[in-house]
Design a protein around this ligand. Structure first.
Ligand SMILES: NC(=O)CC[C@H](N)C(=O)O
Length: 305
């Protein structure tokens, strides 16, 4: 496995020159596009890491999985699904039009910006600070990494320039999808996107989902099987935004990307994978990351369909 991963990184390294790092968040524009890393953890506690697997990057939209899990743990499923659908989208991850034109103002799914912002209020906590702490603490539990921290530069950069996300939140306030203080809610969203993680952290989260909620290292259940099923299904259909269909066809495993360049992928009952390469395609997905996952899926016959 170690040799296979080394080969896949070498074969796909040239792809890091394609695409662009996310530059709509000024601080992300500074990230080195040549970084490339992967980590695989399986449910038998084997771990394989290659390349820049230990380099930190911001989790960005991959945090949407943790927010969704916390909401599903803390609130009736029905209540959540009355406000946020679980349908794929053909629009970009920060689309405003889809909120107005499609689906009666409901965000299409929790894996795009509008849906993630609307999911946060369902997480337990009397204040937004408490809701943030709940999600951040659970991120630490899922990764098994209590030292996770926020990248303050990226957080400030997102908070200063996140006008598209503000537009989404205020639009949803106007239609009653969210209520309360939109700025406080957005602040939770920006902070969650700015958490520093590595490929190892993503693989550790992924293997918990692969193992249907039981941490392989401790044998402790931290998420119900039912919630793991829902989350993996929504990752499969919505995890790469409006490129989820292509990814399902070519890679065939549940995954979630972020504009920091990370992708978490889950092979049910087998392994969690974290891959990182910051150069993105026009949909906001890591080009080399997707290709390495496609090759790995092909090599090991990982397709779930
Ligand atoms: N696709 C992403 O990773 C988007 C997250 C980013 N923080 C944003 O709100 O735009």
């Amino acid at each position: 496995m170690q040799a296979l991963l080394s080969n896949l990184l070498a074969q796909n390294r040239a792809l890091t020159a394609q695409g662009m790092v996310a530059n709509y968040i000024p601080e992300l524009a500074k990230v080195d596009p040549q970084l490339l890393g992967i980590c695989v953890m399986d449910i038998d506690n084997n771990e394989y890491s290659v390349g820049d697997y230990d380099v930190s990057f911001t989790i960005q939209s991959i945090s949407k999985i943790i927010t969704f899990i916390c909401a599903l743990m803390d609130c009736d499923f029905d209540k959540i699904f009355q406000t946020i659908s679980v349908e794929p989208t053909a629009d970009g991850f920060n689309s405003i039009a889809s909120l107005e034109i499609k689906n009666m103002h409901k965000p299409l799914n929790p894996m795009i910006n509008a849906g993630a912002i609307a999911t946060i209020p369902f997480v337990q906590g009397a204040t937004y600070t408490e809701k943030f702490n709940r999600i951040f603490d659970f991120m630490k539990t899922m990764t098994g990494n209590p030292a996770l921290s926020i990248n303050q530069q990226v957080y400030r950069s997102e908070s200063l320039t996140g006008n598209r996300n503000r537009a989404l939140a205020y639009y949803m306030k106007s239609t009653g999808i969210i209520d309360g203080d939109a700025e406080e809610l957005l602040d939770v969203y920006f902070r969650l996107c700015s958490v520093n993680v590595t490929c190892k952290d993503l693989a550790a989260m992924g293997v918990v989902l692969a193992n249907n909620g039981i941490v392989p290292k401790s044998n402790h259940r931290i998420v119900s099987k039912k919630i793991c099923h829902i989350v993996k299904a929504v990752m499969s259909t919505c995890g790469l935004y409006n490129e989820s269909g292509t990814f399902a066809a070519h890679v065939g495993i549940p995954a979630k990307s972020g504009v920091g360049g990370g992708i978490i992928a889950v092979v049910p009952k087998s392994m969690g994978i974290g891959v990182f390469s910051p150069a993105l395609d026009d949909k906001g997905n890591s080009i080399a990351g997707m290709k390495i996952l496609a090759d790995l899926s092909q090599e090991l016959d990982l397709y779930i369909y």
